[in-house]
Design a protein around this ligand. Structure first.
Ligand SMILES: [Mn+2]
Length: 345
C-alpha cells in the first residue's frame, strides 16, 4: 500500500485494511453522520457510499437528524440520504459512523435506535475529532486530519482505489468545509497535497466553492446589511445585534446571521467580537476572540455558557442593563488579562 503525507502510520494502515475488509464483507450497510450535519459530515457519507456502491448490495445512508443543509444538495448522491427513520430499518450487518466523536452525536437517530450502535454488530468509526472515544471495532481516527474526508481520501489512496470525479468532489468538499477554504490551523501540508490529488481526479472545485461560500439567499445579504449598520466599536470590543424586528424586516432566519461574528473578528483593533441575538427569554450571545491570549470560553462560563477558547457563547437575562453588565465584564476581563501580560512580559 502507498500513502500520502507523513502521518500514514503503521497502525493507521492496519486499521485501513481492517476497515476496508469489514465494509466489503457487509451485505447490508448503514452509513451515518452526526445531527446538524456540516459539509464534511454529509460529504464523508456520500463519498463512502459511492466507493462501496458496486461492492455492497444494500447501502442505506442518513444524517443523525435526517436533515441536509440546502447548500449541500449539490453533492452527488445527496438525494439518496434517508429523509425519515422509517426509510432506514434496523436490519444491518455493519454500521459506519463518520465525523462522529461518539455515537450520541447522532442525536435523534441514536435515541430512536440505540441498539444499532451498541456493538452487537460491527461498528466502523471514521473521524478526526480529538475528542473521539474510539468506540468502533475498527477506528480509522486521525485527530491531526483537517477533515473526516481527509482521513477517507488517504484511506482510499492507500488502497489504490480509482477515484472518480464524484468521489473526488465529495472528498474535497469536506476539506473545504472544515478548513473554511484552507484557512484554519488544521490545514496541513497533507491537506494541501490531498486537495491537489483530488483536483487531478476531477473534483469540481468551482461547484464546491460556489455552494459552500458564495451562493446565499438575498435575505442573508439584507440581514447582514442591517446588522452591520448597527455595529458598535468600543475598543477592543466590537459588537452588534440581531433583533426580531430585524429578522421580520429582512425575511431572514437567525441562522443566516451566524457568520457575522466571525466577520467582525477581523476588524482592526478588535480583541473580542460579540453578536447578541435578542429573544423573548433574553439574549443569546456569541463571542469570538481575535487573540490567543483572550479565552472567551472562560468569559462565557462565568455566565453559564461555554465553548472553545476562540469561539464561545452564553445566555443573558433580557434587557439593556443585562447586556451592558455583560459588556462591562468582557472589557474588564480583557483589561485584567492585558495588564497580567504586561507585568509578566
Ligand atoms: Mn469534520
Amino acid at each position: 500500500m502507498t500513502t500520502i503525507g507523513v502521518d500514514g502510520t503503521e497502525q493507521l494502515l492496519a486499521e485501513m485494511q481492517a476497515a476496508w475488509e469489514r465494509a466489503n464483507a457487509a451485505r447490508s450497510l448503514l452509513v451515518v453522520t452526526h445531527a446538524h450535519p456540516d459539509a464534511d459530515a454529509v460529504a464523508a457519507v456520500l463519498a463512502l457510499r459511492s466507493v462501496l456502491a458496486e461492492r455492497v448490495p444494500d447501502i442505506r445512508c442518513a444524517t443523525g437528524d435526517f436533515t441536509v443543509p440546502r447548500n449541500l444538495l449539490f453533492l452527488p448522491g445527496a438525494a439518496a440520504l434517508a429523509q425519515h427513520p422509517s426509510e432506514l430499518g434496523e436490519d444491518f450487518d455493519c454500521v459506519v459512523l463518520v465525523d462522529c466523536a461518539d455515537p450520541t452525536r447522532l442525536g435523534p437517530l441514536y435515541q430512536a435506535s440505540p441498539r444499532l450502535f451498541d456493538g452487537s454488530r460491527p461498528l466502523l468509526n471514521i473521524d478526526h475529532h480529538v475528542t473521539n472515544t474510539y468506540f468502533g471495532h475498527v477506528n480509522l481516527v486521525d485527530p491531526h486530519a483537517a477533515s473526516t474526508t481527509e482521513v477517507m481520501a488517504r484511506w482510499f489512496l492507500a488502497l489504490g482505489l480509482a477515484l472518480d470525479p464524484d468521489v473526488a468532489t465529495c472528498l474535497l468538499t469536506g476539506l473545504y468545509g472544515d478548513t473554511l477554504s484552507f484557512q484554519t490551523s488544521s490545514t496541513s501540508p497533507t491537506a494541501h497535497e490531498l486537495a491537489a490529488v483530488l483536483l487531478r481526479h476531477g473534483a469540481r472545485q468551482e461547484e464546491i466553492v460556489t455552494n459552500l461560500f458564495r451562493r446565499k439567499p438575498v435575505s442573508t445579504i439584507l440581514l447582514w446589511g442591517a446588522a452591520l449598520s448597527r455595529v458598535r466599536f468600543e475598543p477592543p470590543v466590537i459588537w452588534t445585534e440581531i433583533t426580531p424586528a430585524l429578522l421580520e424586516a429582512t425575511g431572514a432566519t437567525a441562522a443566516e446571521g451566524e457568520g457575522i461574528v466571525n466577520f467582525l473578528t477581523g476588524a482592526e483593533g478588535t480583541l473580542v467580537a460579540i453578536l447578541f441575538y435578542e429573544q423573548p427569554e433574553g439574549w443569546r450571545v456569541s463571542l469570538r476572540s481575535a487573540d490567543a491570549s483572550i479565552d472567551v470560553a472562560r468569559i462565557c462560563q462565568a455566565f453559564g455558557g461555554g465553548g472553545h477558547p476562540r469561539a464561545a457563547g452564553c445566555r443573558l437575562p433580557p434587557g439593556e442593563a443585562s447586556r451592558r453588565d455583560f459588556l462591562d465584564h468582557v472589557r474588564a476581563t480583557i483589561a485584567a488579562r492585558l495588564s497580567t501580560e504586561a507585568s509578566a512580559g
